[in-house]
Design a protein around this ligand. Structure first.
Ligand SMILES: Cc1ncc(COP(=O)(O)O)c(C=O)c1O
Length: 402
């Protein structure tokens, strides 16, 4: 591997999601692994894309984002979340939430800056932090919140890291959903002015039970935390089109400035057709109705899948999802044949053994959760199942698990 940089050496294999999707295709499995909707995106998105493709000038546009999209996003988030966004300073658009997160890490981290990530966390964060010279520090939280993907960036000048007093961290981040918990976080952060918080709100619009889409509290909507935070969102998730590749960061002016600089020397700007089409979709859905029906659909699918898993012949423990795309189950009660613990001559953790057991003996793909933990053992009894799938797909998976 003499031509590959050292920092890429751990990442040369295809990502877990791609590997499991490949296996699903090869073996004719029902794919509840990768989190992409397998139903058509809304017609208004297709129409916006085709009309914009015919009329939009296909030239470079502004690095921060196409002016039409910045305006529509500001107006959308004002209506849905009550945010007042200065479009010159407080928002940047990039190629999906992933690229937004990449600009974030590139834009703010100095060598050896430490980034606290609450586990379980999206396994994208670690490489993005490390590629930007930062240090990933995973801190486990209770599995009760497996749906939450809050991430906190802890950053000190000169790369110095100061451990906070344990007591202060007793705040239950698993419940960072009530205003009072945000108030407590604001109180703590007042003592540590160099800490900034990043909330990955890719699933912000898919909230169940009594939580309305976009109404769930966030740092960005908190009067004291707004100034020290950045919130990341994904138009691809909002419009059930993960290939749209449009994502937003809204937040502190300095953070956004760093991100724009990172983007300038990376993709420079995002393709204008997807941006202006997204702008039209945001205008069209600003009354929120589309998101209420989307969340109802996901709630229905989540309930159906969860019921199927509970009634299956496998003895799962489970959490009732409160939003997002996934049901997470605990597999500690399930016997897994020994042969699945060795994959390609390598011993694997229980969750991976279980995922291969599911593929080979049940024809259903799920995703192992140990990669979402710093300490892989913590997650080795957890697997996740995507419910952002059609009724037929979920029914077929349930049938196979009976
Ligand atoms: C928590 C989280 N953040 C960010 C992303 C990336 O979103 P996008 O598809 O907009 O890049 C994903 C995608 O799965 C995600 O699950």
């Amino acid at each position: 591997m003499k031509h590959v940089s050292n920092r890429m050496l751990n990442y040369l294999e295809p990502q877990m999601y791609a590997r499991f999707t490949m296996l699903a295709n090869q073996k004719g499995c029902v794919n509840l692994g990768q989190g992409f909707p397998n139903f058509a995106p809304p017609q208004f998105l297709r129409e916006a894309l085709s009309e914009e493709a015919l009329t939009e000038q296909l030239q470079y546009t502004m690095t921060a984002g196409h002016p039409k999209l910045l305006n529509s996003a500001a107006s959308f988030f004002q209506k849905r979340m009550g945010l007042q966004i200065n479009i010159d300073k407080e928002i940047v658009v990039s190629s999906g939430a992933q690229s937004v997160l990449c600009c974030l890490m590139q834009g703010i981290l100095n060598p050896n800056d430490e980034v606290i990530v609450f586990d379980p966390a999206f396994d994208l964060y670690r490489p993005l932090i490390e590629f930007s010279g930062g240090k990933h520090i995973g801190i486990p939280i209770k599995p009760k919140v497996l749906n939450n993907k809050e991430m906190m960036l802890k950053r000190y000048q000169n790369g110095q890291f100061i451990y906070t007093n344990d007591d202060e961290w007793e705040i239950d981040f698993t419940h960072l959903e009530q205003n009072e918990e945000y108030n407590k976080l604001a109180e703590i952060l007042e003592k540590y002015p160099k800490i900034i918080v990043c909330e990955d709100a890719a699933y912000h619009h898919i909230t169940f039970q009594n939580n309305e889409p976009f109404k769930y509290p966030r740092c960005i909507t908190h009067p004291k935390l707004k100034e020290k935070s950045v919130c990341v969102m994904s138009a691809g998730k909002m419009f059930s089109a993960t290939g749209l590749r449009v994502g937003f960061a809204i937040g502190n002016e300095d953070i956004i400035k760093g991100m724009k600089a990172a983007q300038t020397y990376h993709i420079f700007c995002l393709n204008p057709v997807n941006q202006t089409a997204t702008a039209r979709c945001l205008d069209y859905t600003a009354d929120g109705l589309y998101f209420y029906s989307l969340r109802n659909l996901y709630q229905q699918q989540a309930t159906k899948l969860l019921k199927g898993l509970i009634e299956s012949r496998l003895n799962f423990n489970y959490w009732v999802p409160q939003g997002g795309y996934f049901v997470v189950t605990d597999i500690s009660n399930i016997d897994i044949p020994n042969k699945y613990f060795i994959q390609n001559d390598v011993k694997v953790t229980r969750d991976f053994a279980f995922a291969h057991y599911m593929i080979n003996e049940f024809g259903v793909v799920c995703i192992p959760c140990s990669p979402y933990y710093e300490n892989k053992e913590t997650g080795q009894n957890l697997v996740r199942w995507a419910f952002c799938k059609t009724d037929e797909t979920i029914s077929e998976a349930i049938n196979r698990l009976q």
